[in-house]
Write a protein that binds this ligand. Sequence first.
Ligand code: NOJ
Length: 546
Amino acid sequence: MLSQDENLWYKDAVIYQLHVRTFCDSNGDGVGDFRGLTSKLDYLQELGINAIWLLPFFPSPLRDDGYDIADYTSVHPAYGSLQDFKDFLAAAHSRRLRVITEMVVNHTSDQHPWFQEARSSRENPKRDWYVWSDTDSRYQGVRIIFIDTEMSNWAWDPVSKSYYWHRFFSHQPDLNYDNPAVREAIWEVMKFWLDIGVDGFRLDAVPYLIERDGTSCENLPETHEVIRDFRKRIDLAYAGKMLLAEANQRPADVRSYFGNGDEFHMAFHFPLMPRMFLAVKLEDRKPIIEILEQTPQIPDTCQWCIFLRNHDELTLETVTDIERDYMYDEYAVDKAMRINLGIRRRLAPMMENDRRRVELLTGLLLSMPGTPIIYYGDEIGMGDNVYLGDRNGVRTPMQWNGGWNAGFSSADPERLYSPLISNPVYGYQAINVDSQTRSAHSLLSWTKSVIQTRNAFRVFSRGSIEFLNPSNHRVLAYVRCLGEEKVLVVNNLSSSAQAVELNLQSYKKHIPIEMFGRNLFPRVGDLPYLLTLGPYQFYWFRLRRI
Ligand code: NOJ
């Protein structure tokens, strides 16, 4: 049995997010699979991450990259068998890597047998598993999420001649959580994967589980009730498992998904993410401080999940119209870079391949409060292809080496599930794991060393944060504290050299030790502490009492 503290493993995790199909193809059919992924676990272990979040790998028509599930309890044949998944899980666990999988709870594919039955006739016992209506005028005013593709949250079903409710693509009908049979069925699915041994779930699209007339149909009390019920069941039978909420909402609304420590263990901090990019563009710490000040406290057993990029567009749903326009102007001039209310680009190209800015943002990700998530490929600075449609441009094959298909697959290039990135700047000949492993100065080697440093100090994962307010607002400085462990982080968000005077009076008689070179800096005295930083430079200091 795990100790109380070990049950909080998610607080100390560094999570690596990947899709099995993008990672490594073991059988030469052009699609990544579990055997391929298993063969790359050494790489992930050496990177220093300690948990893997897998995007949906279940049978699916793949019209939403697997978020359209047609069978919750098997593996898509292109990715291998259930046994291959179990072998992968055992191999990951033997390396002390935890595995988090997807629970797409809000909707299924229209190809799922549940929906096929439900639409077959109005009398079918599964009819009430989905949300039907004779008109498309119910729940007026509920926002549409995929605004580039969907005109309405209702779709016409020609088979049963009625409308069904969907918050995402029209081929993804929403399940009806007012029906206890649906909750039981989804609980059976959770048990299936928990019994196999997965360590936690990311619950997709949680704000939308329940609909009520006259509301936004988001974050309703009844939805929280569903979550509490799942959580209670998990706590009773599966200690040490973790639930992560995907709730793309304002901080106060996301806060509600932690409940009193009886809903989610973790939730993504969606509003913080675009503000890190804003701060670097504006060369001003304000957007970051403001959003963290608006972020309510969360229960002790809970943790935020923070991230820079993921498999979706960089969502701009939680910023103001002015901020959104600014982000579009600065980061997505080409309209092809935009989708829905967001930007479909990877980290390195957004930073114009400027290593200093990529490092600065990664340094923020790894030093601010929360469990960081690294999106596959960002550790080597992979590029994107905004012309691939939907969000596929940030889902191209992992670039392992400069050889055939980037070492991803032995298939003919035409057969790959997606073209590789092949331009001279971000193409696999230029950007790949193999060449970056050989260089001690590559982005990959650098990323490994920062992760290693973070992992060596619990203050990063569990400590408090106190912002310093130097008059130079191009500098973002904070102290993380956990008992005697104290770390000072100073970031220059600007493209020019900066000097900053920090008020470190509470840390008098401390010596700052730079954490990567382990060099001693002048001790903190009575005067403001003066530091100079080059463009986009940052420091992590341990503060050691004399
Ligand atoms: C959120 C997922 O991250 C996204 O990729 C997907 O399209 C929607 N949920 C719908 O499932």
